[in-house]
Design a protein around this ligand. Structure first.
Ligand SMILES: Cc1cc2nc3c(=O)[nH]c(=O)nc-3n(C[C@H](O)[C@H](O)[C@H](O)COP(=O)(O)OP(=O)(O)OC[C@H]3O[C@@H](n4cnc5c(N)ncnc54)[C@H](O)[C@@H]3O)c2cc1C
Length: 321
């Protein structure tokens, strides 16, 4: 039996709903008879078309918070949205704001939260999948109590696909006064400069690890990624070493990527790295150690010096024009 109604918390950027929000709307559509959405910020009404296209019929507009941190006001608004909507489950993207809102809402409603969810099934009610031990085991969980189920879901757990529905009907849902917490406001936003596709959305990801030998050699990773119209990623070892910013990190404590091609250059393939990239369609690994664990997930393995193979690859691609 399909679940009656699921509410999805949609996060917005200047260009519309985040990729994870669209993934959650798609997943909810496959599980529930009715999908509704709630969002906040200045662009909610403008996003009603896209949100409807991905399956939500109603969009609760919590409004522009005017620079306030969303945790308190959005959690407060969701209490009344949930009672109006009657949804039995709330799906929230794993993000800084999403986790903040989920925690506060859990306390307000006195219900638990299931976090780090990577799969949802209708198993006579909603059941979840959670990777543990670096993704080597999957735990299944299900709420047994009454009340709404709050689920915080990781990016790339589902594939976002539009359903072609009409724009969602926008319903105002005021945020309660934030009280003392309203004194903390966002005063500036810094958007990291990048050229090419986003790491977690790119069709090709070229990642470098400690095998590159030095921060300077990471330039080859950037060059190769650019030539392939892809994004440059990294292992945690070189992020921790300060060679590249954290935003490049792939893995358990970094980003999850599922590109068509993932190229791992000088990366050993620790489970914490694999968990962030092993869902890639085609994995190519370059490592000088033929016993490196990365080869256990690779479709194509090149045993060799990354500092010779990658520049040769760049030359070969350039010569093809
Ligand atoms: C709680 C926790 C969370 C973590 N989260 C993450 C995460 O999100 N992402 C992540 O990546 N890691 C994560 N780690 C770290 C992880 O365990 C590894 O330490 C890390 O992935 C190793 O990075 P690396 O493969 O670049 O380095 P190394 O393990 O040092 O491997 C370097 C590889 O390069 C090869 N190599 C050396 N020289 C060359 C050469 N000239 N040519 C070709 N190959 C060469 C070596 O054979 C080796 O396989 C986490 C660890 C913990 C404990």
């Amino acid at each position: 039996m399909a679940i009656d109604k699921i509410l999805v918390l949609v996060e917005l950027t200047e260009s519309g709903p985040t990729a994870t929000s669209l993934e959650l709307l798609t997943a909810a559509r496959g599980l529930a008879t009715t999908v509704e959405a709630a969002s906040w910020g200045p662009g909610v009404a403008a996003a009603a078309g896209t949100i409807g296209e991905y399956g939500a019929t109603t969009l609760y507009d919590i409004g522009d918070l005017g620079g306030a941190l969303p945790g308190v006001p959005v959690a407060g608004a969701l209490v009344s949205v949930l009672s109006t909507s009657g949804a039995s489950a709330l799906l929230i993207p794993t993000s800084y704001d999403g986790r903040d809102i989920a925690g506060r809402l859990s306390a307000k409603l006195n219900v638990p939260v299931l976090t780090n969810v990577t799969g949802l099934n209708n198993d006579d009610g909603l059941s979840t999948e959670h990777p543990i031990f670096g993704g080597t085991q999957i735990v299944h969980a299900k709420f047994t109590g009454t009340g709404v189920g709050i689920y915080v879901i990781r990016a790339k757990s589902f594939t976002a696909e539009p359903a072609g529905g009409a724009a969602a009907a926008v319903v105002a849902a005021a945020a309660p006064a934030a009280g003392n917490t309203g004194t903390a406001t966002i005063v500036a936003r810094h958007v990291e400069e990048r050229s090419g596709p986003k790491l977690d959305e790119a069709a090709v990801v070229v990642s470098g690890g400690r095998g590159l030998g030095s921060a300077n050699n990471y330039a080859w990773i950037n060059d190769l990624a650019k030539l392939l119209n892809g994004a440059a990623g990294a292992s945690r070892a070189i992020v921790d070493a300060g060679w590249v910013p954290y935003s490049h990190q792939v893995g358990q404590t970094g980003k999850t990527v599922k590109p068509t091609v993932y190229l791992a250059c000088g990366i050993s393939g620790a489970t914490q790295h694999l968990v962030g990239m092993k869902g890639s369609k085609n994995i190519i690994a370059i490592n000088k150690d033929q016993e490196a664990p990365i080869f256990s997930v690779a479709d194509l393995g090149i045993v060799g010096d990354v500092n010779k193979v990658v520049p040769a690859l760049i030359e070969a691609l350039k010569s093809r024009g």
